[in-house]
Design a binder for this molecule. Sequence first.
Ligand SMILES: [Zn+2]
Length: 119
Amino acid sequence: MIGLWMAGITGGSGQPMRRQDPAAGLSTAELRHEVRDLREQICKMALMNQALWELLRNRLQLTDDDLANMAQEIDLRDGVADGKMSDTALRCPQCGRVSNSRHWKCLYCGLEFEKPAMG
Ligand SMILES: [Zn+2]
């Protein structure tokens, strides 16, 4: 199931989606096709997110507030409350190595990042 889900998200290649401008050099017809594919991916992700959330909420006795609080915490890891998660590179104040803002602690030394230090 995870394989099917990930294949749907990544477009079937198993490789993560590229961060380059996917619209560069495409015709209008190709752009329409691209938009349709992206909408399908979003719908699949929304479905799987809802299924995962309902499963976790029921099994772990969580609440919608727990989810909202976690989303807010993750949103703020890049220092900007914009309702989005970014891939900001963060230099660990303890070991000096660079981690991704998607993580709440340094991948190398384990230091838990303070929210103000995340920006
Ligand atoms: Zn570190």
